[in-house]
Ligand binder design. Structure first.
Ligand code: PHE
Length: 463
């Protein structure tokens, strides 16, 4: 297996997988999902989903990957179920879709780093001009895809793992640094209260579905990223405890990102949280003004540090997104890694062009589709994001169902027991047993249907 590559140790695997998980999802999307979903009530539902529904899917994906040492499509064939290959293909397609638009947003973040470093705080007010300045945004997107491709081309231990070992600790230090600073600002407590005091009355199907989608996306589940990374993991390592570390890492970073952001926002609004801007704007529109209010020197330091951090977080995620199709081409077509990287990076960049144009530049792509029952159209990038979310839920549902009823639980447990002494006697085994066979298929299947009806057809069965 030397040709495919391997993670050099458990820490390398955990950092790479956590690097995949921690990304724009945690720092850009999580805070505004929290804001839209009733503050801490959303956080509570999110945490429950992460540990009960997502963790078992994470464990199952890693087990399938490690058992077969294959890419997501090849893995199902290697287990002896060639028809299930299409589940892997669905995952690979989901990954390509996600990377196509994710790379565009990552490029925005990187561009903001450059603006902040020059002290251009006014960029927040010019956000819509910024994202319609197509050539400039395209250059950032190309640079970002180039950096991603470079890391992936260096292979598993020499590229992916090495990048994660440098970027992840740096990321943590930057978050803690900004967090500590934000706590010293006036009105910090107002921001924290806003973030952490739950309003359970705001919970509804949209919020619950949103929490599940966010959890899946944030943990990189349902598309085989973890099957791929698991395929490079040594048999000596304990899958369950590694998966627990990855989940805690991801949830922890999302939580701290919120703790760091809301005091900053509260400071800049003078403690008035009644009309802070949610959505994409929370980071790209509001934050530059927040940094400006810190004064010219600190503003530049904290502001550029923040957007650099966001770029680093995105980079370890784009790396995992590119690795999935690359591993597929390398395994199945015996292609050279560099060739596979170049082909996929170019295809995915081109696939991202409509997302690049759909934020105000092209009218058609900006008002791409109007869902049944919606008052206003949805842009192409948001549409792709919603489509991908749905694919991830479907993928996750099918992966656990496959493991429990097609591959069979005994085989899953056998793989999980490798490198985990005492697994067969542990409560974790019972937990995995119940969740993978009943809880995950039932709830994921049901929520998948509800989310599709709600998102695309405007139907809300619960309310
Ligand atoms: N988990 C990443 C994030 O939160 C996004 C991602 C999704 C990466 C799926 C890989 C696979 O930003």
């Amino acid at each position: 297996m030397a040709a495919r590559g391997n993670f050099s140790n458990r820490l390398g695997f955990i950092l790479a997988a956590a690097g995949s998980a921690v990304g724009l999802g945690n720092i850009w999307k999580f805070p505004f999902e929290v804001e839209a979903g009733g503050g801490a009530a959303f956080v509570v539902v999110y945490l429950i989903f992460c540990f009960t529904l997502c963790f078992p899917v994470l464990v199952t994906e890693i087990a399938i990957g490690r058992k077969t040492e294959k890419n997501p499509a090849g893995a199902f064939v290697a287990l002896g179920f060639p028809k299930w290959k299409y589940l892997g293909v669905l995952g690979i397609i989901s990954g390509i879709i996600i990377l196509s638009f994710y790379n565009v947003v990552a490029g925005w973040a990187f561009g903001y780093f450059i603006e902040m470093a020059q002290g251009n705080f006014d960029i927040g007010n010019q956000f819509s001009d910024y994202i319609t300045n197509i050539w400039r945004i395209a250059v950032y997107a190309i640079l970002f895809m180039g950096a991603t491709a470079l890391i992936v081309s260096k292979g598993v231990s020499g590229g992916i793992e090495k990048a994660a070992k440098i970027l992840m600790p740096t990321l943590i230090l930057m978050i803690l640094g900004i967090l500590a600073y934000s706590f010293t600002l006036p009105n910090a407590m107002t921001g924290i209260k806003y973030y952490l005091v739950p309003e359970f009355s705001e919970l509804n199907l949209r919020v619950v579905g949103g929490a599940l989608r966010q959890a899946f996306f944030s943990l990189s589940l349902g598309m085989g990223a973890l099957i791929t990374y698991g395929s490079y993991l040594s048999k000596k390592e304990n899958i369950v405890s590694s998966a627990a570390s990855i989940t805690l890492f991801d949830v922890g970073i999302a939580f701290f990102a919120g703790l760091m952001l809301f005091p900053l926002v509260a400071y800049s609004t003078g403690g008035d949280m009644s009309n802070i801007q949610g959505g994409a704007g929370l980071i790209f529109v509001t934050l530059p003004g927040v940094f400006e209010s810190l004064g010219p020197v600190l503003g530049i330091v904290i502001g550029s540090l923040f957007f650099l951090l966001l770029s680093f977080a995105a980079l370890t995620s784009t790396v995992s997104l590119l690795e999935v199709p690359v591993s597929y081409i390398v395994d199945e077509y015996k292609a050279n890694r560099n060739t596979a990287v170049i082909i996929m990076a170019v295809i995915i960049f081109v696939a991202g062009i409509p997302s690049l144009l759909g934020n105000g530049y092209s009218d058609m792509l900006t008002n791409f589709i109007t869902y049944v029952g919606a008052d206003s159209p949805t842009d192409f990038m948001t549409f792709l994001g919603q489509l991908a979310d749905i694919f991830l839920l479907l993928g996750g549902f099918l992966i656990v169902t496959f493991a429990a009823y097609v591959w069979k639980k005994a085989n899953l447990h056998e793989e999980l027991a490798q490198g985990h002494e005492g697994y067969h006697q542990s409560w974790v085994k019972t937990f995995i047993n119940i969740t993978v066979s009943y809880l995950c298929p039932a709830l994921l299947g049901m929520l998948f249907v509800l989310v599709v009806l709600n998102n695309f057809f405007g139907i809300d069965i619960i309310n």
